[in-house]
Design a protein around this ligand. Structure first.
Ligand code: PLP
Length: 443
């Protein structure tokens, strides 16, 4: 295995550093995205092509984050580019609906059994907010349950307990609800119940306790911040059965997991949710979100009298023709063969990393499925958020591993998720593994 020459001379990021100094003069924290802040300064992109990105200093990196799992075909994909340019020549945003919205809706509803109807918005955060509002309206109930540690965007209820720690997470059998942003209304503590990932019995108990005040259980089947452990079928069954028993909805957040298969993770795992939130890959690299599901709960978005729906939902850029066109051009390329290729390269990365960790005498492990993976600097069995929660030494170790990967020509935010796109070649996989080997700490 050889590391492909990727860097323009000795690794320098001076131009990025200068841009970051400039950005701090006009943007809070120097960037609008907290997730892009890195030790020192973030790296500023110049352009991307296929599986690779080039920064403003001319350094090239294999992109193993793909804008937090939103790029799936590859950067600057010619088919998406051509479709978008043709559409852009006709204008970008109108207060008139467009046919591209119908085409993307038909494609998505045609692939997933539980998608009777769909409605577009602009982000995953909005989609999750929409599914929760629809669930409350449909059931006439206020409360929701979610998994400890799971990230679902920044809506008050969805972000509760997204990153608790041993000082505030409470009893493992009945985790505490920890409000996230300072200023979040205290009522969120009553309105959001927390369950532990893969704890089927805990889920049953919490859902029954929620009873006739519970509107929905929100689940991501492979949550990144929980460590991407494999989900127990029994956990899924417990949620499906008990939500039905108490008359609550089962809401799946497929903002990321939709990239796990032709019909999303739900088709692969045989799940029958009432509602699903989508975003990321369905926009083909442009801002997007969507709410999809069964006719009953989706009817909350349809007008009942005059102009008013039970859950009014709109957005100046919702279903704009550019995002819809790009999304369709991306999704149309993702046939079953494409998903098989993504599964294959993901598996090669996961299975390739294991002997590298062993060879270096490190007790590290890798989790994930399909094109997604996550590296853990420990060998604890991971079934839930608490198992994968890092000590501060482990957190430093994994962050520094990711930073060393950058110096070896791989953009991998190691403390977060790893993600491959379809343009990743077999040589690129070798490059990733060689860079990983060269970036490990000494045991
Ligand atoms: C599972 C999940 N849900 C929701 C969101 C929020 O999506 P967005 O960043 O488009 O608002 C994310 C974002 O990473 C996510 O991973």
């Amino acid at each position: 295995m050889t590391v492909r020459a990727t860097l323009a001379g000795p690794w320098s990021t001076d131009h990025s550093a200068a841009l970051y100094r400039r950005a701090q003069q006009s943007i809070t924290d120097g960037t609008s995205r907290a997730t892009l802040l890195r030790k020192g300064h973030p790296i500023y992109v110049d352009h991307g092509e296929g599986a690779w990105v080039t920064d403003v200093d001319g350094n090239r990196y294999l992109d193993c984050n793909n804008n937090f799992a939103s790029i799936i075909v590859g950067h600057a994909d010619p088919a998406i580019g051509a479709a978008v340019q043709a559409r852009m020549a006709r204008g970008t945003a109108f207060s008139l609906p467009n046919d591209a919205e119908i085409e993307l809706a038909e494609l998505l509803c045609g692939r997933v059994e539980s998608f009777d109807l769909i409605r577009f918005c602009n982000s995953g955060t909005e989609a999750v907010m929409g599914v929760l509002k629809a669930a409350r309206a449909y059931t006439g109930r206020p409360n929701v349950i979610k998994v400890e540690g799971a990230y679902h965007g920044t809506y008050d209820h969805a972000e509760a307990s997204q990153s608790p720690d041993p000082t505030n997470w409470g009893d493992a059998a009945a985790p505490a609800t920890v409000r996230y942003a300072v200023g979040t209304p205290v009522s969120v503590e009553d309105e959001v119940g927390i369950i532990s990932f893969n704890d089927a019995e805990g889920a049953r108990t919490a859902i029954r306790r929620g009873g006739d005040r519970l509107a929905a259980v929100l689940l991501d089947v492979m949550p990144n911040r929980v460590g991407m452990p494999a989900i127990d079928p029994e956990f899924i069954a417990a949620i499906r059965e008990t939500t039905r028993e108490v008359g609550a909805l089962f809401v799946l957040d497929e903002v990321i997991s939709f990239r796990l298969g032709y019909g999303g993770a739900q088709t692969k795992l045989g799940i029958d949710p009432d509602l699903t939130s989508l975003a990321k890959i369905i926009g083909g690299g442009f801002p997007v979100g969507a709410i999809a599901g069964r006719e009953g709960p989706m009817s909350m978005f349809t007008r009942v009298s005059g102009d008013r729906a039970k859950v009014p939902s709109s957005g100046t850029f919702a279903a704009n023709p550019i995002s819809m066109t790009a999304g369709h051009a991306a999704m149309a390329q993702l046939d079953r063969e494409a998903f098989a290729r993504l599964d294959k390269i993901g598996e090669e990365v996961r299975t390739g990393l294991r002997p590298i960790f062993d060879g270096a005498g490190l007790d590290w492990q890798v989790t994930g499925a399909g094109s997604l993976f996550r590296v853990h600097p420990h060998n604890r069995t991971i079934r839930n958020y608490r198992d994968s929660h890092l000590s501060s030494d482990e957190a430093t170790e994994i962050t520094e591993f990711g930073l060393r990967m950058q110096a070896h020509g791989v953009y991998f935010i190691a403390e977060s998720l790893g993600c491959l796109n379809l343009a990743t070649s077999d040589d690129d996989v070798d490059h990733f593994l060689a860079a990983a080997e060269a970036s490990l700490p000494s045991p």
